[in-house]
Design a protein around this ligand. Structure first.
Ligand SMILES: Nc1nc2c(c(=O)[nH]1)N[C@H]1C(S)=C(S)[C@@H](COP(=O)(O)OP(=O)(O)OC[C@H]3O[C@@H](n4cnc5c(=O)[nH]c(N)nc54)[C@H](O)[C@@H]3O)O[C@H]1N2
Ligand SMILES: Nc1nc2c(c(=O)[nH]1)N[C@H]1C(S)=C(S)[C@@H](COP(=O)(O)OP(=O)(O)OC[C@H]3O[C@@H](n4cnc5c(=O)[nH]c(N)nc54)[C@H](O)[C@@H]3O)O[C@H]1N2
Ligand SMILES: [Mo]
Length: 672
């Protein structure tokens, strides 16, 4: 008969929305979680995974104390130790390494386990102060970011709430069922009103049924489609010539690229029939306020930045940016000016220029010899053994006996299995943070609701604890996360500075506030114009460039799964069970040509590795494409290597991003 109460919080995971949640608690445990109907972005709608967030928080699989390795690396044998023991050992090892080889022999790795501005980014201050390597965080959508800003600079794209005014929707390379659930009610309503929704996908298994029509494209060739659509629009006089000549840079120089890009040419590259391209361009060109909802999958290629440049130009080619609801959505980053994250990351604490390591090349870094040898690896809020390419190289690296590895985690991940010391991490409800989602112009505070179980510590508290052990004197490391939040809020960006007393109060109590939508025609670029041609780039005039592709017959792509989020939620048996075994989606005709049947065990291989999957047939995939759905761990598949073992660590054309969708494989029926 205990009293319970409800507190607002925010989903901490790597999604465009940062959904508002209501958590019911007795002050000790989280009992129930539901969507916050008053939240401006998700309006109460949350995914199946978060509907039982409490099952993750209360999971018996959580790591509750610091652990020291007792068996071979990877064996999973650990014994509990105290924070004092763990902290002393980490400090001693780090100080020795700093003395012997310098702090650049210490490599931190973080990614997107928690998306809050404080808990995600506080480690940077610690490693800046230490002088460790600086990690380039481009494991996700930075080729997309680079491609978009190469054209639009810092101009804000469409906030999804602006899609209310759109009259035509191109869902381009986005698994909206898994990653953009919050816009589904709007799309359903628009379809009822007779507005068309068309999907352009390499694999539309999850999303095709939510659209009027799906067009399947050969992976990595979307730039050719965008060019050919512009060709048709130009030929049919559907372009906005006034906009292109007067508000954009370089239209004249770009025109020859369009003239060359006939639908017949694009058919040869994309595999989409020329008539379909013609029709697509016509319906797009006839719409007044067409919106392109752009996913990130198509940017994870050797030509990813160029592809996004071409699609961004297409999104403005008919003048759509001038009309409410017209333009491009999903290109992030410039939706609102709230807090100054440098107050958290503290680049000023670094005394010497950093040694830079790209997260996509962790495998190379961990296997380097000589003066570049990495001696300590500190992982937090990330699971690189499962999320980064060249998994065979990564496993070789983390298995090194002379590498001292610390992993700050909530669960025994494949990365944690290789740790010398594991530190127990918190859940979002056990720590204070603030959120600026990458898909909406909103900002939210999420206050700590309950104390962590066992001896779990947040990233903030852990770095401050270790700073103490290392003798860092800066006041920064003596603050609490609540102090850090107060510091951010007392140096507000322009969209916070204008809040009323009442709104401040609401925000501080865990509310979400919104920035105004961007002015899409006030171009935040050096020339003040939309940059069709961008002279600061190696490739100033956009044109079609092929992706890496490769020598094997099938193009391998990775697609998000709606039951899980990257390797998060693997602790939830029911979600993992519903998702099923690690599968490779294939077109039935390709399956037939390979002599395999739906459900067969198959082996996929290339120059890097050999990985076992279950073949799953779907019509909703481009030919000669194999799509691996979701991220799996060794404990689920029983295999040492998962899909990323088949992916190279090559980078994108611009943005230094992952090219995890740009690899080729052979496939055969497994023989046991
Ligand atoms: N349930 C769930 N939600 C998630 C995630 C998850 O794993 N599960 N991941 C989260 C993360 S980390 C991110 S970054 C976001 C966004 O996650 P992203 O991984 O960017 O996913 P999407 O934007 O949905 O885009 C992926 C889609 O691109 C398609 N695709 C791949 N290559 C091509 C191509 O060459 N051309 C075209 N047209 N399509 C292609 C794939 O088939 C897939 O449907 O979602 C987040 N939300
Ligand atoms: N094959 C394949 N590879 C992929 C993808 C894919 O779809 N397929 N997706 C790619 C994309 S888009 C991304 S963004 C990356 C994601 O790459 P990662 O961020 O490395 O992967 P996650 O699986 O999200 O792992 C995050 C880990 O952080 C832990 N964690 C959560 N909260 C906290 C916290 O507060 N503190 C600490 N210390 N730990 C915490 C979680 O338990 C989890 O194990 O993976 C990329 N790699
Ligand atoms: Mo991501």
């Amino acid at each position: 008969n205990t009293m319970t109460y409800v507190q607002r919080t925010i989903c901490p995971y790597d999604c465009p929305t940062s959904c508002g949640l209501l958590a019911e608690t007795d002050g000790k445990k989280i009992l129930r979680v539901k969507g916050d109907k008053t939240h401006p972005a998700n309006k109460g709608l949350i995914c199946g995974k978060m509907q039982h967030y409490e099952e993750s928080i209360n999971s018996e699989k959580r790591i509750l104390t610091p652990l020291r390795r007792t068996g071979k690396k990877g064996s999973g044998q650990f014994m509990p130790i105290t924070w004092e023991e763990a902290g002393n050992e980490i400090a001693e090892r780090f100080l020795n390494i700093c003395r012997e080889d310098g702090p650049q022999a210490i490599l931190p790795a973080v990614y997107s386990g928690v998306m809050g501005q404080i808990q995600r980014k506080c480690g940077e201050a610690f490693f800046n102060r230490l002088g460790a390597c600086s990690l380039v965080l481009t494991l996700c959508a930075s080729a997309k970011g680079a491609g978009y800003s190469a054209v639009a600079g810092k101009t804000g794209c469409l906030d999804p709430r602006e899609l209310e005014n759109s009259d035509f929707f191109l869902i381009w390379g986005s698994n909206i069922m898994a990653t953009r659930l919050q816009i589904l009610p709007l799309l359903a309503r628009k379809r009822k009103e007779g507005k068309q929704v068309i999907l352009i996908e390499a694999c539309g298994r999850d999303s095709a049924s939510l659209c009027d029509k799906a067009v399947y494209i050969r992976p990595g060739t979307d730039g050719a489609l965008a060019l050919a659509m512009m060709h048709v629009l130009w030929r049919e006089h559907l372009e906005d010539e006034d906009f292109l000549r007067n508000q954009a840079d370089g239209y004249e120089q770009f025109l020859p690229e369009i003239w060359k890009a006939t639908p017949e040419w694009a058919q040869g590259i994309t595999g989409i029939p020329a008539e379909v391209i013609e029709e697509l361009a016509h319906v797009y060109g006839k719409a007044k306020a067409p919106a392109i909802v752009l996913g990130s999958g198509l940017s994870r290629y050797g030509n990813g930045g160029m592809t996004v440049r071409l699609i961004t130009i297409l999104s403005a080619f008919t003048g759509a940016w001038k009309r409410p609801g017209g333009g491009i959505c999903g290109c992030d980053h410039n939706l609102g000016d709230f807090v100054d994250t440098k107050r958290i990351t503290r680049p000023d604490l670094r005394k010497e220029p950093a040694r830079i390591v790209n997260i996509n090349q962790l495998s190379s870094a961990l296997n380097a010899e000589g003066k570049d040898k990495i001696r300590a690896f500190y992982v937090y809020a990330g699971n690189p053994v499962n999320s980064v390419c060249n998994q065979t190289g990564l496993l070789k690296g983390v298995a090194r006996e002379d590498l001292f590895t610390v992993v700050h985690e909530r669960f025994m991940t494949d990365t944690a299995l290789y740790a010398d010391i594991i530190l127990p991490a918190t859940f979002s409800v056990e720590q204070t943070d603030c959120f600026k989602p990458y898909g909406y112009g909103t900002f939210a505070v999420a206050n700590k609701i309950i104390d962590p179980p066992g001896q779990c510590k947040s990233n903030w508290d852990t770095f401050c604890f270790l700073a103490g052990k290392l003798g860092f004197e800066e006041d920064y490391f003596k603050q609490t996360a609540e102090d850090a939040l107060e510091d951010l809020l007392s140096h507000p960006g322009k969209d916070l500075a204008r809040l009323s007393e009442e709104q401040w109060q609401f925000l501080r109590e865990g509310g979400t506030i919104s920035a105004d939508f961007a002015d899409h025609c006030d171009f935040k670029t050096p020339s003040g114009k939309f940059m069709i041609v961008n002279k600061s780039l190696k490739d100033p005039v956009p044109h079609y460039i092929p992706c890496y592709d490769g020598t094997y017959p099938f193009h391998l792509i990775s697609v998000p799964d709606s039951h899980t989020l990257n390797s998060i939620f693997l602790e939830r048996d029911s979600l993992v069970e519903n998702r099923g075994p690690m599968s490779l989606l294939l077109h039935p005709q390709d399956g037939a040509e390979l002599g395999i049947q739906d459900g067969d065990p198959v082996t996929a291989w290339n120059d890097l590795a050999e990985v076992e999957f279950k073949a799953v047939f779907t019509d909703q995939i481009a030919r000669k494409t194999a799509a691996a759905s979701g991220v799996y761990s060794s404990s689920i598949t029983g295999q040492r290597f998962q899909v990323n073992a088949l992916n190279h660590e090559r980078l994108s054309d611009i943005g230094e991003a992952t090219t995890l969708n740009d690899n080729t494989i052979n496939i055969k029926r497994s023989t046991f």
